[in-house]
Structures are given as structure tokens and as C-alpha cells.
Design a protein around this ligand. Structure first.
Ligand SMILES: [Zn+2]
Length: 307
């Protein structure tokens, strides 16, 4: 089989989103991912691209314009300000958040244009907890939801698959009224964020798993819940909220996945994309807070996208 063309979107200004000392969502996460992609020899196989920041107009495709302005106004000249219980902004955050969303938007454009087949966005801050008009859980703009709604301007149906250990409450909130967007989220339960995880809609597939679930329960749940939903939905594009905090080494959660589970889930996603979506996958980095596990598992994910 011919190797697919895979874009890697990243930007050094995503490192300039500073968080307070001891905060788990720190610049070193992105460095760990990029270093591991390099040491695994993956950078040579990827087309590295520098995104432009998402415009306010593009963000308003999914976010409340008043919220976008409020984020811009909250952006400090120096120091770090808290905008929500767990979410802060530094001088570099406004640009970093728009670059993270801009990466997902450009990745979708290129994949739908046929310029590439798949993409991984190595960016931060993450996005899947951000709601239409609220920051939450380290997230300012919901890159995957903005990209999904932009994609729906061009294709009839999309799917968002979220394997971060935390429920993608923001993505559910922003897409639940859009039946043409399927959202599947696996998450530790009961656990943070504790919002919108009981939503009953045909296009929302919530897959709760108990602390300590481990590989076998995770894989069985994905096979039971996600794969039939994808079969029914027939998305023209699969977007991925790629969080690596369900790993057993992660300090924030207890789902106890192994490195190989990230190889497995990526292969399952690529297989579904080949069957339903002409192979098209756009993945963006969400959580993952043990630097070594994050680097290894992100590299396994990217290697899977290259299959
Ligand atoms: Zn997470």
C-alpha cells in the first residue's frame, strides 16, 4: 500500500503559552512530542507546516464572538492571569490558542483539498473542554469543534473521536445540535469535568470507563460503541482529539492504558477512515502530562497515521 501523505502542523509560538509553575499543561509537553517524533525518525516522513492563527471570524464559526473578544481582552501584557479555575493566560496565550485552532483549520482544508491525506497538529493549548462561550480545563478555543464545523461547510458528515481520558464536554456542547457531526468520547468516569457526559443524542456517543479500566476494557468499549457508530454515520472526514492522559504513567488520571493501546486505537481509526472517509484523518493534540509517555504515545499515533 502506498504511504499516505501526512502533514505535521506545529508552531514555536505554541511554546509561548506559559502556565504557572507546577501546572501540568506546560510548554515542555510540546517539546517532548516533537523530540520523540524526531528521535523515532518520523519527521522525515511528515510534511511539516507552519499554521496561520485562526481569524476571529473563523473562531466565530463555533464560538460566541463576545467570548472571543473577552479572551483577547483577558490576554495580559506580562505575567499570568487566571481566566477559569484551571485555565490561565500569559502574553503568548492569545496567539498560541489561535495558532492551535488555525492548525486544525488548515489541516482540514488541505485534507479536503486532497493536498494531503492525514494530519497531526502538535499544538497547545488543548481545546476539547472549551465551550461556545467559556474557557475550561486548560482550554481557550475548541480547535476540533471549530474545525469540524468548518469541515461541514464542505462535506455532509464528519466524526470527532476523542480518546483523551477526560470527557470532551466542550466538543459535545458545541456539536450536539449538529446531527451531521458524530462525537465519540471515551473518558474516565466519574471524573473531571463532570458536564454533559449523560447527553442522549443519536450523534453523541459517550463511553465512560471506570478508574483502572485498562487496555482490554478500553478496546472492548471502543469496538462496542465507536466502530458501529462510525459505520452508521459514514463520515467524510474523521477528526481526532488525541489526548494521551489515559496512559498508566499519567499523573492526572487512572485509566491505566499502555503504549500499545495508542498504536491500537490509531490503527482502528485509520481503518475506519479507509472504509468511510477516503482515508482522511485530522488529529490534534489534547492532553497527556507524563512527558515520556506523551512523547512515546504521540509518536506511535503519528506512526499509525503514516500507515
Ligand atoms: Zn485530558
Amino acid at each position: 500500500m502506498k504511504t499516505p501523505s501526512v502533514d505535521l502542523f506545529t508552531h514555536e509560538e505554541c511554546l509561548a503559552h506559559d502556565t504557572p509553575p507546577g501546572h501540568p499543561e506546560r510548554p515542555a509537553r510540546l517539546t517532548a512530542v516533537l523530540k520523540r517524533l524526531e528521535s523515532d525518525g518520523l519527521l522525515d516522513e511528515l510534511c511539516t507546516r507552519t499554521p496561520a492563527p485562526a481569524s476571529k471570524q473563523a473562531l466565530a464559526g463555533a464560538h460566541d464572538p463576545r467570548y472571543i473578544k473577552a479572551v483577547e481582552r483577558a490576554s495580559p501584557q506580562r505575567g499570568i492571569v487566571r481566566v477559569e479555575q484551571d485555565t490561565t493566560m500569559s502574553a503568548g496565550s492569545w496567539a498560541a490558542a489561535r495558532l492551535a485552532t488555525g492548525a486544525a483549520l488548515e489541516a482540514v482544508e488541505r485534507v479536503l483539498d486532497g493536498a494531503s491525506q492525514r494530519a497531526f497538529c502538535a499544538v497547545r493549548p488543548p481545546g476539547h473542554h472549551a465551550e461556545t462561550a467559556a474557557p475550561m480545563g486548560f482550554c481557550l478555543f475548541n480547535s476540533v469543534a471549530v474545525a469540524a464545523l468548518a469541515a461541514l461547510q464542505r462535506v455532509p458528515r464528519v466524526a470527532v473521536l476523542d480518546f483523551d481520558v477526560h470527557h470532551g464536554n466542550g466538543t459535545v456542547e458545541m456539536l450536539m445540535e449538529h446531527p451531521e457531526a458524530l462525537v465519540c468520547s471515551s473518558f474516565q468516569y466519574p471524573f473531571y469535568p463532570g458536564r454533559l457526559q449523560d447527553v442522549q443524542r443519536p450523534n453523541i456517543v459517550n463511553t465512560p470507563l471506570p478508574a483502572g479500566a485498562g487496555s482490554a476494557a478500553f478496546r472492548a468499549a471502543i469496538e462496542r460503541d465507536w466502530l458501529p457508530a462510525l459505520e452508521r454515520h459514514q463520515p467524510a472526514l474523521i477528526l481526532v482529539s488525541a489526548g494521551f492522559d489515559a496512559h498508566k504513567d499519567d499523573p492526572l488520571a487512572q485509566m491505566e492504558l499502555e503504549d500499545d493501546d495508542y498504536r491500537w486505537i490509531t490503527a482502528a481509526i485509520v481503518d475506519a477512515a479507509r472504509r468511510h472517509s477516503a482515508g482522511r484523518v485530522v488529529s490534534t493534540l489534547e492532553g497527556g502530562y507524563d512527558l515520556a509517555a506523551l512523547g512515546r504515545c504521540a509518536a506511535l499515533h503519528v506512526a499509525g497515521l503514516l500507515e
